[in-house]
Design a protein around this ligand. Structure first.
Ligand code: OGA
Ligand code: NI
Length: 338
């Protein structure tokens, strides 16, 4: 399959595989491996937080901050309401999508699960992976121009998420009685943002496969726009999988490993995964926000005491550490513990 500039698309998209039969081949069978697949575990109750009230200093702000603190300390996620952007890209013919294909040299662009090793099990998922901030790191050769307004919408969405990221980071600090800018200051001027559009074709054997295998995010904060109709995301809480309900136009906010580090382990970067659906396709948009990779991050000094000793080292470029460990099948956060 030829991609942009005649480059080679590395593997067949799952979407194409699914057109033929929707039945997974051996490489996609997770059952019998590390994960026990339950496609409909109990539904988890995730608080909806009113972020606009947090920006005031009223009693209702205190209540929302308390709700924020308890939901992040127990399951690591909360939800806010926003608009959604499109699934139109994945609906294009393969030939069109292939113009923006990932190449052997790059992690960005359109493709399926990256094959890091010969024996790795693959996720039933195609994605379009784009660095959206800082602006001078954008690789436009991977940014679709079909749908026509794709780039404008992604630009606008990115700007909004940068603002939301600030609001959320301030709220997280305040909910721990820290100075408002405590976490934000660790970010530096220009947050690093990566947007991943996920496409999950139907799969006739949801009992065998995974849309995304279990992982925690390497970001500080992840903003996930779920499909409005089809769910599939599960989070691990108290060693049990729960399915995350879909609220139309809501954005699921989960903390990643870097907030777990900055909060000295008070906020949990949740393990999560995606199951497949036998009948319906599912499209989501995940934005991973991280501090400038050249800056050191670590637990806020105010959170460290004799009673709660420092749990994590000071490190920089956690996303780099994350992917090194991911390739080895390890949790990166273990590697940065004291
Ligand atoms: C991810 C992720 C969940 C989903 O992209 O890291 O966890 O529901 N996605 O698509
Ligand atoms: Ni994730």
């Amino acid at each position: 399959m030829a991609g942009a500039n005649g480059t080679v698309l590395l593997l067949n998209p799952v979407q194409e595989l699914a057109v033929d039969c929707n039945t997974p081949t051996q490489r996609y069978i997770h059952k019998g491996g590390d994960e026990d697949i339950d496609v409909s575990p109990p539904v988890i109750d995730i608080s909806v937080i009113d972020l606009s009230s947090i920006q005031t200093s009223s009693p209702s702000a205190e209540k929302e901050l308390e709700k924020l603190r308890t939901s992040l300390a127990s399951c690591g996620c909360f939800q806010v309401i926003v608009h959604r952007i499109g699934r139109d890209f994945f609906a294009l013919p393969l030939k069109e999508k292939a113009k923006w294909s990932r190449t052997a040299e790059d992690t960005e662009g359109y493709g399926n699960d990256s094959e890091l090793s010969e024996h790795q099990l693959l996720d039933w998922n195609d994605r379009l992976y784009l660095v959206t901030n800082p602006q001078d790191q954008r690789k436009f050769q991977f940014w679709p121009q079909n749908p026509e307004n794709f780039r404008d919408i992604l630009q606008e969405y990115t700007e909004k998420i940068i603002l939301l990221n600030e609001v959320v980071l301030k709220a997280l600090s305040r909910s721990l009685n820290l100075k408002e800018n405590c976490f934000l200051d660790q970010y530096g001027e220009n947050p690093n943002m990566v947007t991943r559009f996920n496409y999950y074709p139907p799969c006739l054997r949801p009992d065998l496969t995974l849309g995304v295998k279990q992982h925690a995010d390497g970001s500080a904060i992840t903003f996930l726009l779920q499909d409005n109709e089809v769910d599939g995301l599960q989070v691990l809480k108290d060693d049990q999988w729960f399915s995350v309900p879909t609220i139309p136009n809501a954005l699921l906010v989960n903390v990643g490993d870097q907030v777990e580090i900055m909060s000295n382990g008070i906020f949990k970067s949740p393990m999560h995964r995606v199951v497949t659906n036998p009948k319906r396709e599912r499209t989501t948009v995940a934005v991973f926000c991280s501090p400038d990779p050249s800056r050191y991050i670590g637990p806020a000094e105010e959170l460290i005491s004799d009673a709660s000793p420092r749990l994590y080292k000071k490190i920089k470029n956690y996303v780099g550490i994350f992917f090194e460990n991911y390739q080895l099948g390890k949790r990166a956060i273990e590697a940065v513990k004291m």
